[in-house]
Design a protein around this ligand. Structure first.
Ligand code: SF4
Length: 409
């Protein structure tokens, strides 16, 4: 049976970070409707339970927002509901991940999450340098980030991941309180980034995600950038940092398996691998996306339905609890669109992906004449390899994977 994942969105954080474009709203823990939100998700799950027919539940991912703020028993109730809905179709070893912020994770909370069935935590460490953490608006310091990871490991969480952000330029002190484009900045050197990654690896984490900072419109950083008040890291330095982190983590036993992700053997994030390989996932909660293919979604063979739930948490809860559809938008995905998504995501993986098998799965043509020509051009330029039906971007061109994928559309 084909695997399927579940994504549950938790939309609240203690504070909004200035770079963040996820759907998240600042709220004190006491002001959150922990149980009512769980009830709303369980009501939505009831409506979507048909999606599990003929599939094996492989992963559940609680993302956000900051789901580690959620009362563990409420989160546990949702998890038990998902397991029950997929009961006849659950794999033996379902990966259950919760995203955590160091300011809402200690050993007791990690233990409480393990007790309700969570077996993987992903901790937003982001960096170990005080000035940079302040600039990123984080509520924790470097020691707080490392301690959250250690607490998760002490609590017996079998798989713990840490997130890092690199490519951040901070206004230098002499720039004064109001930075202006072109002013002096303080940037992390590739060797400093490598040292930071090493310190994180030394905690014993089994997985690291390292992302370069992207400036998104609609965020505080996006607005500062528009007004020429945000320092931007030097592009060459960012590329060097990518390789310095790779080397440091590789030496620490964490293999680079996706552009932004590293893992000890067997500890790759199965939920994200599902996205990158184009597996279906049911999205639950406000603002959640889901993609369900085939007859379970009322679609023709090969086609899929992508939906997004309403973004506002109060509206979402009202609709779900009243038994009304909580969907904001729906988009049918035809076979060719699905294949393009698989190319885009599959080329982010070190192993690449089997284009011919994927095309057969979604009912699209693998080698259209224009795709064949583009692939041959890329192979000549050393930016793609083809082995049987599998295509792959070689390591030295990995940072260009998005553009390479677009050429294959
Ligand atoms: S804690 Fe995470 S989800 Fe919340 S605002 Fe910050 S980056 Fe966004």
């Amino acid at each position: 049976m084909e695997p399927i994942g579940v994504y549950v969105h938790f939309p609240w954080c203690l504070k909004k970070c200035p770079y963040c474009d996820f759907v998240s709203f600042a709220k004190e823990r006491d002001g959150i409707e922990h149980e009512r939100y769980a009830d709303a998700i369980l009501a939505e799950l009831d409506r979507r339970a048909g999606a599990f027919e003929g599939r094996t539940l492989a992963t559940v991912f609680f993302g956000g927002g900051t789901p580690s703020l959620w009362a563990p028993q409420a989160l546990g109730r949702v998890l038990a509901g998902i397991r029950a809905a997929a009961a006849r179709h659950a794999g033996d070893d379902v990966e259950v991940t919760v995203e955590c912020n160091p300011s809402s994770l200690d050993e007791d909370r990690a233990r409480a999450l393990v007790d309700v069935g969570v077996n993987r935590l992903s901790v937003g460490v982001q960096g170990l340098e005080p000035e940079r953490l302040r600039f990123l608006g984080r509520l924790h310091d470097a020691e707080g980030g490392l301690e959250a990871v250690r607490a998760a490991l002490r609590a017996g969480v079998p798989r713990v991941s840490a997130d890092l952000i690199y490519g951040v330029a901070v206004p230098a002190k002499e720039a004064g309180p109001k930075y202006l484009a072109g002013g002096p900045t303080q940037e992390q050197s590739p060797s400093e980034a490598a040292a930071e990654a090493r310190r994180v690896a030394e905690t014993g984490v089994t997985h690291v995600s390292a992302y370069s900072l992207t400036i998104e419109p609609g965020t505080q950083f996006g607005e500062l950038s528009r007004r020429g008040r945000l320092p931007i890291a030097n592009e060459d330095g960012v590329a060097e940092t990518f390789f310095a982190i790779e080397e440091a983590l590789g030496a620490a036993g964490l293999g680079h398996y996706e552009i932004s992700n590293y893992a000890r053997e067997g500890h790759e994030a199965r939920h994200n691998l599902g996205y990158w390989r184009g597996h279906d996932y049911v999205g639950l909660g406000c603002a959640a996306f889901g993609t369900v293919s085939g007859k379970g979604a009322g679609q023709h063979e090969g086609s899929a339905l992508r939906y997004r739930n309403v973004i506002d948490p109060a509206r979402y809860m009202r609709a779900a609890l009243a038994g009304e559809a909580e969907v904001e938008s729906e988009e049918p995905l035809d076979p060719e669109t699905r294949l393009r998504e698989r190319i885009m995501l599959g080329l982010r993986l070190r192993e690449g992906f089997d284009l011919e098998r994927s095309a057969a799965e979604v009912g699209a043509e693998a080698w259209t004449p224009s795709r064949r020509q583009a692939a041959e051009r890329l192979v000549k330029r050393g930016k793609l390899t083809i082995e049987g039906g599998t295509i792959r971007v070689p390591r030295n061109a990995w940072v260009l994977a998005d553009g390479i994928a677009a050429e294959l559309f």
